[in-house]
Design a protein around this ligand. Sequence first.
Ligand code: NOJ
Length: 489
Amino acid sequence: MAKKKLVLKQEEEHDSVTTQVRRADFPPHFVFGVSTSSYQIEGGVDEGGRGKSIWDVFSHTEGKIVDGSNADVSVDHYHRYKEDIDLIAELGFKAYRFSISWPRIFPDGLGTKVNEEGIAFYNNVIDSLLEKGIEPFVTLYHWDLPLHLHDSIGGWLNKQIVDYFAIFADACFAHFGDRVKNWTTINEPLHIAVGGYDTGRSAPGRSHNPSVETYLAAHHMILAHSAAVSIYQNKYKEKQGGQIGLVVDCEWAEANSDKIEDQCAAQRRVEFQLGWFLHPLYFGDYPKTMRERLGDRLPEFTDEDKELILNGPMDFVGLNQYTSRLVFHAEDSGEEGHFEKSQQVAKMVEWEDGEMIGEKAASDWLYIVPWGMRKVLKYISDTYNNPPIYIMENGMDDEENENVPLQEVLDDKRRVAFYKGYIAEVAQAIKDGVDVRGYCAWSLLDNFEWSHGYTKRFGLVYVDFKKGLTRHPKSSAIWFKDFLKDSQE
Ligand code: NOJ
């Protein structure tokens, strides 16, 4: 067995991570929830005074979505939110993480006048959750930028976006903050910057000048996040008593050898992901490793910016964690895109002896590697002085296959094993001393998986797109129900 793999296996056995995980392994106040996002589930794109977002245009552009679909209707949560919230309650989740569609609140993004119908929709969602004893965790930006902001000022490429985002955030705190106590600003800024401005696989689909735009968009997201945090901390926190964070994502990088250059490559890869956003927010600047490789492509923070990003720090780190890779140093990694290439890190999914790092789920990027979760959590804790962490997303997908009978699809044993494995690692991280306070599974429902359309199913609950969008809980949903019940015994 390869030496590195042996060490990992020994660690797992020593900590008996493989034994059955129970709700009782978590502190009573630890919160378990389920996660969604506005564009992926709402539908109703022309209803309630909603303006267009960059994803409406992108999904309607030929060739961008593999099955030629869009989210005009998606799973119609806009009309079925009550049914969906009943489902969350029945399964025993105590938190629901969802996002607010910016163009439902400010249809053109300019922030001159709120759209009351949009406010009413989210009021209904929030009130229905609270009636059922479910805590709302609200994300302000899960990728659906008002189209007008992109067309008129260039969206995330223009520093003015910071002011518009601040106005939007302020309006959300003012209207919903009496009941919403858990806020996150931006979901996966890395994905927005790289997908939107480097590879062009996400809206707005640019790869025009990736070596500049990718880093500029990210820079403005850091400032926009900070502006929203500062408004919350200075104007609302005392009165409303909530907390606010950012949601970052990280594919764990494990060096595939003990060679120093590979160890450095692994460290560098994690810094390119987490450090890109968390270093500025905790230490006031980008990681040195990024600066060394990107030079002045990486924008500078002015003194005024520094004051903003370091003033009124966020309360917690939100984390989306799905997968891991073995990595090694390579001058030319063969990876696509400026962001990936500039890291000089090559990735692989097999150990030296040919064994896979984990089983592949439906998405090509998603290998099932539970131990990577614990490593990312420990890394954040060690690097950023043990901040509170909420896992905002974790899950896996099955390939849509209309030839498989429904009963078979519903019995998603692999997903059950996935959750058991990953949640056990979260419990272990808590034992390691990491301050993890909550966990949300991705996702409540099968939904619009961005450029993959409806070809991938991430839901705990199956949605029958052929038969009236009916919802059918899968075995994994039932597993969660039993797991969560355990706490009440
Ligand atoms: C992260 C994103 O936040 C979410 O929107 C997406 O569906 C999942 N990953 C799965 O790819």
